[in-house]
Design a protein around this ligand. Structure first.
Ligand code: PMP
Length: 390
């Protein structure tokens, strides 16, 4: 009898759907002249000073493991940065863990808290990884649906509606991927009242914290009484344009952090040493480059979002990250049909909203982390695409 490789696989993994974003990348990769608004990463190269710090660390021979929690110098810099920028205080010795991207930080947080069957509330449209990593950790993702009328903001009563005796935590992401929505301080305070009432834990994905364009950023951990009930996730990928360095961090009250550290030391040992040396410079060197990138994204956001609305793709103004999430409802197409036709007819790659969960249907995600010339050309092509459908 022949052996089927699938017979060895875990049922949980077999049941996991592959990411819907992939299919479009593969389609686009085989075509020429495509403008990609598909990828979720900065179009900037990491600052030279940061790259130089990495090179220097290699010249000095720093090529071995670091402490499991990360270089203490880096943890001190992260602690200072969070205090200075977001008024939250974490101890570098016991409340900060340096990870392989925010991705590993999220995975550690979920694995540290989930018992089989625990429910984790996620907000749709959602970052594609949340539901799968909850499932992989043995939990059950429970969606809350948001829409453009509410600027994709969850309302506190929506949380209350889905709470059961199995609810352990809520995962929030502001500024949001894929919608760009930003929760204000007042809105976070309202959420905190529900969190307190039901004794929930909040996993706050703050990876886009540096990219809030219209209001100062509020970290959930800085909200009154929330420090002990928050796991703060962040990293260098977005604001510091360091996606390929794979460096993030997670902060949390001592015992929760120590639980994550336990998993980390057995599964990862430590984050890449050279990337940690680079990150020290990213935080020590001042925020001029981060500010300049932010200014540039803000200008591009204004141009792109206004232009989308003008060509018949209504788009609320996202307050952060680098995504526009226009409605395609008036085209009569599903988000997959829209994305596929736009790619085949006009060679513009966007991501269909349905890959971000059920409530992403009726929208597409366009990343505006592209040059202004590329964005102008994309708008020209998308305008032509819309004209044909009038
Ligand atoms: N959270 C969100 C909301 C993201 O958009 C991303 C990257 N696309 C991540 C986490 C992971 O970031 P990292 O590169 O730090 O692993």
């Amino acid at each position: 009898m022949s052996i089927k490789q699938t017979q060895y696989l875990s049922k949980t993994v077999s049941d996991l759907k592959p990411s819907g974003i992939r299919r479009f990348f593969d389609l686009a990769a085989n075509m020429e002249g495509v403008i990609s608004l598909g990828v979720g990463e900065p179009d900037f190269v990491t600052s030279w000073a940061v790259r130089e710090a990495c090179i220097l660390s290699l010249e000095q021979g720093y090529t071995s493991y670091t402490a499991n929690a990360g270089l203490i110098e880096l943890r001190r810099e992260i602690s200072n940065y969070l205090k200075r920028s977001f008024s939250v205080e974490y101890s570098p010795e016991s409340e900060i863990l340096v990870t392989v991207g925010a991705s590993q930080a999220l995975d550690l947080a979920l694995r540290a808290i989930i018992n089989p069957g625990d429910e984790i509330i996620i907000v749709e449209p959602t970052f594609v990884s949340y539901a799968p990593i909850v499932t992989l950790a043995g939990g059950v993702p429970v969606p809350i649906h948001t829409n453009s009328k509410d600027e994709f903001k969850l309302r506190p009563e929506q949380i209350e509606h889905v709470i059961t005796d199995k609810t352990k935590a809520i995962l929030i992401c502001s500024p949001n991927n894929p919608t760009g929505s930003v929760l204000s301080k007042e809105e976070l305070v309202e959420i905190s009242h529900i969190v307190e009432k039901y004794n929930l834990l909040v996993i706050s994905d703050e990876i886009y914290a540096e990219l809030s364009y219209d209001q100062p950023y509020t970290s959930f951990a800085s909200i009154e009484k929330m420090f002990d009930q928050t796991i703060l996730i962040s990293g260098f990928s977005k604001g510091f344009a360091m996606t390929g360095w794979r460096l993030g961090f997670v902060c949390g009250p001592g015992e929760i952090l120590q639980a994550m550290l336990k998993i980390h030391q057995y599964t990862m040992m430590c984050a890449p040493t050279m990337a940690q040396h680079a990150a020290i410079e990213a935080l020590r060197g001042g925020m001029q480059d981060v500010e300049a990138m932010k200014k540039s994204y803000r200008q591009r956001r204004n141009f792109f979002v206004n232009s989308l609305t003008e060509i018949g793709l209504p788009c609320y103004t996202p307050g952060g990250a680098f995504y526009a999430f226009p409605s395609i409802e008036n085209t009569g197409m599903t988000s997959e049909e829209f994305a596929e036709n736009l790619l085949l007819e006009e060679k513009v790659a966007v991501v269909p909203g349905n890959v971000f969960g059920e409530s992403g249907e009726g929208y597409v995600r366009c990343s505006y982390a592209s040059s202004i010339e590329q964005l102008q050309e994309a708008i020209k092509r998308m305008g032509r695409f819309m004209e044909k459908r009038k």
